[in-house]
Design a protein around this ligand. Structure first.
Ligand code: KG4
Ligand code: ZN
Length: 357
């Protein structure tokens, strides 16, 4: 089965053509063509964040261009369905993709498959070397992106339960805001990560310790806004960013990343104990972070060696069309009929892996 997938939930315009085949214990995917345009990153960087209407305009401009690129790459195959991200995301941005996808599905006379963005992150992160095979349930997922930070439990395939989540900012948002305070460009995650790695290599330790909010709280919920505010106050107490040396800034980035790592380790330990999951996966833009990946990997090896760990290929951690294609294919090949019975509509970031009722 061949799917053309469209992703426009935030600032990345992504299109992918993927072929999926059912195997004895899962699926194999073959990437036929993919194109993405993140012309927006530089644009949004000017404003230090993503502006929905700006994102919408850019998607409208990008979509026809990258559709042609992806189709050319794949030698313009016949497709069996068009998948599109419905949400969660920025509504104006999502609508652009939905309208575009609807038109394509009509023109090609194939079904439109509305797909959840977080499910895309989760399912695509379980794919290893183009295979989604032999995954044992229950799966615990830690989804970490610019809009969401949540523990999702999948006891049955494609049935999700959010068992813990941030009470305020998403972790990616905290990375981006802290980066801004440290005068680093948007999106800040990769910049913080680079400085923090440098600090670790040079053994630079920051003079103050940041808090680890909700670490000892009994739930699986998290909080990142307090951590972000602590960065702000610490900076102010030290006389502002201009009073810090480059080494101090790197050490500060390291301390921030260490705090995030501690929170994830503590909460994941609790989540794994509570759920008795057989598999653990991380997904979303922040899952590209090498320090967090290494820490979680070591933690699983040391404390839960019987659990299968899935770390996504960093090429698919950020928003892209492939993740939407893979989620839609996995569902369709499992016999789930996602053809909309009602008018499709976008849903915003207030929602998660479960669509609005
Ligand atoms: O999943 P994603 O591409 O978009 C959303 O669905 O939100 O995630 C984007 C987020 C941004 O906040 C970005 O700063 C963060 O992922 N990010 C990282 C890294 N790479 C991207 N955060 C920390 N370390 C990284 N290496
Ligand atoms: Zn995302």
């Amino acid at each position: 089965m061949k799917i053309l997938a469209i992703e426009t939930s935030c600032d990345e315009t992504g299109i992918a053509l993927v072929e999926g085949t059912k195997t004895e214990n899962g699926f194999i995917f073959k990437l036929l063509g993919a194109a993405a345009l993140n012309s927006q990153a530089a644009l949004h960087a000017l404003y230090g964040g993503v502006y929905p209407n700006l994102a919408k305009r850019e998607h409208q401009k990008n979509l026809p261009v990258i559709l042609k690129q992806a189709l050319d790459q794949a030698n313009n195959p016949e497709v069996d369905a068009v998948a599109v991200t419905l949400g969660p995301g920025l509504e104006p941005a999502l609508w652009t993709g939905i309208e575009f996808a609807k038109k394509l599905a009509e023109e090609r006379n194939v079904p439109l498959l509305p797909t959840n963005h977080m499910e895309g992150h989760l399912i695509s992160s379980l794919v290893q070397e183009n295979k989604l095979e032999g995954v044992t349930l229950p799966v615990l997922a830690l989804l970490i992106s610019g809009g969401h930070t949540e523990f999702v439990l999948m006891r049955d395939w494609f049935k999700y339960e959010v068992i813990g989540e941030t009470q305020d900012d998403a972790v990616g948002e905290a990375f981006d805001k802290v980066a801004r305070m440290l005068s680093l460009p948007y999106p800040g995650g990769p910049h913080i990560s680079k400085l923090a790695d440098e600090a670790r290599r040079a053994n630079l330790v920051f003079e103050k310790k940041l808090p680890r909010p909700m670490l000892h709280d009994a739930t699986l919920n998290m909080s990142f806004s307090g951590l972000k505010t602590a960065v702000l106050y610490t900076l102010r107490d030290l006389g502002g960013i201009q009073a810090l040396s480059p080494d101090q800034i790197s050490a500060f980035a390291r301390e921030f990343e260490d705090a995030v790592g501690d929170i994830f380790i503590w909460k994941t330990r609790r989540a794994l104990e509570q759920t008795e999951a057989s598999s653990f996966v991380i997904g979303g833009g922040v899952a590209a972070n090498s320090y967090l990946r290494n820490r979680l990997e070591k933690f699983i090896q040391d404390e839960f060696p019987h659990i299968a760990l899935y770390l996504p290929d960093t090429a698919i951690t950020g928003d892209n069309g492939v993740m939407i294609a893979e989620a839609a294919l996995a569902r369709a090949l499992s016999g789930i009929d996602d053809t909309p019975k009602e008018e499709v509509r976008a849903y915003s970031n207030r929602f998660s892996i479960s669509p609005p009722k």
